[in-house]
Design a protein. Sequence first.
Length: 58
Amino acid sequence: ISGNNLSGNSSDTTNKKKSHAGIIAGAVIASFLFLLLVILAVFCIFKKKPSTAGESIT
């Protein structure tokens, strides 16, 4: 929309590389956040168990 893709082949290739790197970075961040969410969910599940089990762990 900004017109960068229409300016020429060189800028088009750099834009493709930037978008590719952005996609990879986004996937890494998304997977990291998903992992964090799973860990938090597991932690909450273990915390919901009887207090005696929690006290024995800590």
